[in-house]
Design a protein around this ligand. Sequence first.
Ligand SMILES: Nc1ncnc2c1ncn2[C@@H]1O[C@H](COP(=O)(O)OP(=O)(O)OP(=O)(O)O)[C@@H](O)[C@H]1O
Ligand SMILES: [Mg+2]
Length: 361
Amino acid sequence: MTVSSVTEQESPASVPDGDRPTVLDVRGLWKVFGQRADRVVGTPLAELDRAELKRTSGCVAAVRDVSFSVCRGEVFVVMGLSGSGKSTLVRCLNRLVEPTAGEVLLDGEDVLGYAGKRLRELRRHRFGMVFQHFGLLPHRRVLDNVAFGLEIRGVKKADRLARAQEVLELVGLAGFEGSYPDQLSGGMQQRVGLARALAVDPEVLFFDEPFSALDPLIRREMQNEVIRLHHEVGKTMIFITHDLGEALKLGDRILIMRDGELVQTGTPDEVVGAPADDYVRDFVSDVPRSDVLTLRWIMRDAAPDDPLDGPELSPDTVIRDAARTVLSAGRPVKVVRDGELLGVVTPAEVLEVIAGAGGQS
Ligand SMILES: Nc1ncnc2c1ncn2[C@@H]1O[C@H](COP(=O)(O)OP(=O)(O)OP(=O)(O)O)[C@@H](O)[C@H]1O
Ligand SMILES: [Mg+2]
């Protein structure tokens, strides 16, 4: 099998994991900015691409007919170039931006119909948000910043400070309760932002490029922090980034946008192994494929003369992690799930991917 045939392999439909309930179900979501925004969806104007629509009507279709769902406990990444509609999409979900059309079902209920008290409750209790520019209150101590969401909610002072303290410890900031935001480094300020969002124990945590203002080392540390927190608190997270490395590292699944439209939704290995089009292929072209693709992408059917007494690995083993076993086994490695032999992998398949890493697609 050649590397290019790996690329062309059909990607399994990316549906949420059947074992996990769907938290958010987004259907046919549109956001059109402009004076005649409400006269676009459902008319021939909706057929125009973004540039044509802008030319003919002056409207900007920031989000165009996007549908996807997010499972409970998933880290769902939204990726795309600047202006592709990532922030608008995510702001439509938590109603910081009013969608033009579509449905956003949270636990099966359409939140677009919410108003007044229910809408406030949705934003304050059920959703949390971490922004790029931390949005901390400069005149308040770290502890009070973290307790802020609980204060708005009307939680008693002693209770909210106790909870804030607990979350500060969770994000590694114990000892800085009494500091003011400008006394902290960028990475520490973002930890405060993270703690503030976590303090209200939201159902879904949104991140809009939270680390893009941080230098690379701190950024890596914060990514690891998100992974650690996700393991500890198991929250559903929707994470915007334009950094593919970040998307691959954090995302259980990745949604890729271009000009307001959804181009592909898939697991990291799906977007790298089977990019939906040239735009995605371009995005992923520099990724070392052996770091992301799993054995399921390169295994072949066992031939009649293949010895089948080799070691066993799961189809989800990343090729890089399997390389040593496959290269030293001296016979085919069996790819097995639940006792079923799915295929075999030999050094030839592994070396082909490693040799083609980083470029071909
Ligand atoms: N309030 C607004 N009024 C008019 N147009 C807007 C508004 N907000 C966003 N847009 C337009 O919608 C499109 C999508 O913007 P959005 O901010 O969602 O992109 P993004 O993918 O988050 O970009 P970035 O990576 O730069 O943050 C852009 O063309 C932008 O100019
Ligand atoms: Mg944005």
